[in-house]
Structures are given as structure tokens and as C-alpha cells.
Design a protein around this ligand. Structure first.
Ligand code: 5GP
Length: 116
């Protein structure tokens, strides 16, 4: 099972600016923010390295928890009404750097489309 920098953040061995935590989900500020609001939302389990590893039979509730956290955080940081973008990079062409499933919550500025 994947051991990444995010595992160390979950175990609080590496510091992070945590903005949300419950039994299933942790969210913290991205160390290299690409927008005024840039938060990473991750499952606390390490078995999902990418979107490809999602098994609806096992992870349906967890995915609901990730979106529930995203909506709550968007409200908490004040971008729920102005809008925000949720991004999940999968694999090399998407530029995935950390192989522990995570959702980027980006907001606080107008986003471009298509993304780079
Ligand atoms: P990916 O490219 O895999 O979708 O995104 C990984 C994200 O994790 C990047 O935006 C990167 O800045 C962020 N990141 C990598 N290492 C750390 C870290 O140690 N702490 C925090 N807070 N973010 C990190």
C-alpha cells in the first residue's frame, strides 16, 4: 500500500495547515498554492493511489465523504457562492505527483477553461 508524504501528514509526522478532519477525511492547504484558496482533500486510507483504484463496491461512502468535506470547506473558506473547482489528477499526463488519491479545491479567483 502506498506510503507517501500524505501518509506522514495523516500521522502528523509532517506538519500541514489542516483545515478539516474527520474519521475518514483530512484536508490541508497545498504547499504550492495555485489560487488564493488551494486545499487538498484526501482519504485517510492509503489504498487508493489514483482514481483508477476506486472500487465503487468498497469506496462509495468514502467518495461521498470527500465531496461532503469539499462542500463544507468551500463554505468555511468563503468560496461556496463565488464558485470553486475540484480537480483530481490521475497519472503522468495529468501531472499527478503524489500517489495517494486527493482532490484539489481551488477558488478565490476566476478559473480559466480549458485548464493548462
Ligand atoms: P498532484 O499533482 O499529485 O495532483 O498534486 C499533489 C499536490 O500536493 C501538489 O499541488 C503539491 O504542491 C502538493 N504537495 C506535495 N507535497 C506536499 C506537502 O508536503 N505538503 C503540502 N501541504 N502539499 C504538498
Amino acid at each position: 500500500m502506498g506510503e507517501t508524504i500524505f501518509s506522514k501528514i495523516i500521522r502528523k509526522e509532517v506538519p500541514a495547515e489542516i483545515v478539516f478532519e474527520n474519521d475518514k477525511v483530512l484536508a490541508f492547504k497545498d504547499i504550492r498554492p495555485q489560487a488564493p484558496v488551494h486545499i487538498l482533500i484526501i482519504p485517510k486510507i492509503t489504498e487508493i493511489e489514483t482514481t483508477r483504484d476506486i472500487d465503487p463496491n468498497k469506496h462509495e461512502a468514502l467518495l461521498g465523504s470527500l465531496y461532503e468535506a469539499a462542500n463544507q470547506i468551500a463554505k468555511d473558506v468563503g468560496v461556496s457562492e463565488t464558485g470553486f473547482r475540484l480537480v483530481v489528477n490521475c497519472g503522468p499526463d495529468a501531472g499527478q505527483e503524489v500517489y495517494h488519491l486527493h482532490m484539489h479545491l481551488l477558488g478565490g479567483r476566476k478559473m480559466n477553461w480549458p485548464p493548462g
